[in-house]
Each structure stands twice: as C-alpha cells, then as structure tokens.
Write a new protein. Structure first.
Length: 159
C-alpha cells in the first residue's frame, strides 16, 4: 500500500505533543473521528481496542517509531493517522531500542483483513526505517509538507 494513499495530508499532526502514549492514542483516534475518517461514536471502542493491544505488547519500535494499532469491526478499510513529535525529547513509548518516539502511526484495521494488517505494517516500517525520511518528517513545518515527504519517499521506494 502506498503511504500517500493511506494518509491524507490532514491525517498528519505536526507538532504533536501528547502527555504520554495513552494520550497519543486518544488524540489520534479523536482526530480521525473529527475528520470523519472514523465513524461518529466509534472512538471509545477503538481507543479501548488499541490500548488493549498496546498493553499486551508495546508497539514502540526502533528509530523513534511507534505503531499502535488494532483490528476492529468498526472499519471496512485501513484508517491511519500520524503524530509527529517535533519538539523536545520525544515521547516515551517503551521502544525496543530504549529511545523515545518521535513518530506515532495509529492504524485501525478491519478485523477480517489480517493479511492487509501485516502488509500495511511492513509498508510503513519500510518507508519510516530510512533516516532521511524520519528526519524530514520531524522537521516538517506543516501537515502538507510532511505528506509530501511521505509521498516522495513512497515513490522512491517503488522506483
């Protein structure tokens, strides 16, 4: 899946400043509900599913990336949002390398599409594992600029 298709520019929150990882999950879900990407009223159940998944095992990866996610019945296609922590020391997310998170990608995936779930995680990791992509995302002044970085990186991946 192309990340430029997965995210709309408005799905990327630049200057994201959650209090902790639980707040990050709540804020990203609320943002996607406000934007109409998730059904009205579905937020609490989706937050509960993502938090339950996160409590079972942290989704903090290496290189300042966290991908909290859950498979739910409330969506028919993958819905994603991204919070970019540009200032400060980053966000503690129990990353496997011990470093704080700078990029939080929330994924809400249809429960019936497990293979899509795995492929989407792999596509995100493949693009965000590049140092230059992460650095440019963190330095992006706007959501549109961050989306342009993703779009360009995704195109380079396919070339």
């Amino acid at each position: 899946m192309r990340l430029s298709d997965l995210f709309q520019p408005e799905d990327l929150l630049v200057g994201f400043t959650p209090a902790d990882k639980w707040d990050a999950i709540r804020r990203l879900v609320a943002h996607l509900v406000e934007r109409g990407r998730l059904k009205p009223g579905s937020g609490p159940a989706i937050v509960e599913a993502v938090v339950a998944r996160e409590k079972s095992m942290s989704t903090g990866m290496e290189h300042g990336i966290a991908i909290p996610h859950a498979a739910v019945d409330a969506v028919e296609t993958v819905v994603a949002g991204m919070g970019i922590v540009g200032a400060g020391d980053g966000l503690p997310f129990e990353n496997i390398d011990g470093h704080p998170t700078r990029i939080v990608v929330l994924l809400v995936i249809p429960r019936a599409q497990k293979l899509l779930h795995i492929r989407t995680l792999a596509d995100i990791a493949r693009v965000l594992n590049r140092d230059t992509v992460r650095e440019r995302l963190i330095a992006s002044p706007t959501s549109a600029a961050a989306w342009a970085v993703l779009s360009e990186a995704d195109g380079a991946k396919r070339a």
